[in-house]
Ligand binder design. Structure first.
Ligand code: FPP
Length: 284
């Protein structure tokens, strides 16, 4: 309904088009959305220390860490990242007390059960990577169910690394290639970096361009060794159960400011920004 005398826009220039919400968010958050990583990988560390500082058993730290998992997943999905990979259980973690391992496995099943509807609704595709045959049958069944129920989703790929080791992943890829050579289906000369990478656990997602580690340790701990060749690394002293969107934004903001050279020279100095390794033909 038009109220007489209330049309204050008459004779004035139309207001400028409102910026897209994404631009507003970029202004508020202070970073450039065009420079977001495609794939973020996270080494979730510090659950045990978080619990110890509170006089609680270690497993209380793992339980508290689930809120941080939800937060990292939510931010990644909202920002439209292509992939998020969380390091939840390494092959080395089998050395931990069986009670801690059992609790971790139970937490994982409970998490998948409670989160399934959200994953489906938010178009998130779930996947587990690692030596999954090592896991208890009830866990593998829950993982397979989650993968099956989200396999048609086209949004964020959400990967959880379980019984995972970067070296074991490389060995597994080498074994697959060796079998093909053995069968006569492949010549050793045909093996190059691209073919090798296509035999890793999740060849369809881009390599992580940002690796986040919590709890201040400066290590890569056998995580995605092949894939992080050119990843930017961001370490926070915050322990995983305290990790929230604020830390995720700090990491993304820091990433957006970095100059990625892939072994070349800075942009504008005649170099090309790429991760390729083939030598071009040069005149010497
Ligand atoms: C490292 O902290 C953390 C882990 C080994 C497990 C991470 C698991 C979760 C956050 C819960 C379940 C995960 C999902 C994806 C639902 P640490 O125990 O090594 O800590 P510390 O170095 O302080 O001892």
């Amino acid at each position: 309904m038009r109220i007489p005398g209330r049309d204050r826009t008459r004779g004035r220039k139309p207001p400028a088009a409102r910026p897209a919400p994404r631009d507003d968010a970029a202004f508020v958050l202070g970073f450039d959305f065009d420079r977001l990583p495609r794939h973020v990988a996270i080494i979730m560390d510090g659950n045990g220390r978080w619990a110890r500082r509170r006089g609680l058993p270690r497993v209380a730290g793992h339980r508290a860490g689930i809120a941080a998992v939800r937060e990292a997943l939510d931010v990644s999905a909202r920002l439209g990242l292509e992939a998020l990979t969380l390091y939840a259980f390494s092959r080395e973690n089998w050395k931990r007390p069986s009670s801690e391992i059992n609790t971790l496995m139970r937490l994982l099943r409970e998490y998948l059960e409670s989160e399934m509807e959200t994953l489906v609704e938010r178009n998130i595709r779930f996947r587990a990577i690692g030596r999954l045959a090592d896991l208890p049958p009830r866990v593998t069944a829950a993982l397979e169910d989650a993968e099956r129920r989200t396999c048609e989703n086209t949004g964020l790929v959400f990967q959880i690394a379980l019984s995972y080791s970067g070296r074991a992943e490389i060995v597994d890829a080498a074994r697959r290639l060796a079998r093909r050579v053995d069968e006569g289906a492949l010549s050793p000369e045909a093996i190059d970096e691209d073919l090798f990478a296509s035999h890793l656990y999740a060849a369809d997602v881009p390599d992580p361009d940002l690796l986040i580690r919590t709890s201040g340790e400066m290590r890569v701990s056998n995580f995605l060794l092949w894939q992080i060749a050119y990843a930017e690394i961001w370490v926070t002293p915050v322990l995983w159960p305290d990790f929230r969107r604020q830390q995720m934004f700090e990491a993304l903001e820091d990433f957006a400011r970095r100059e990625r050279r892939f072994g070349g020279v800075e942009a504008g100095a005649g170099g090309q920004q790429r991760a390729a390794s083939a030598p071009p033909s040069i005149e010497s």
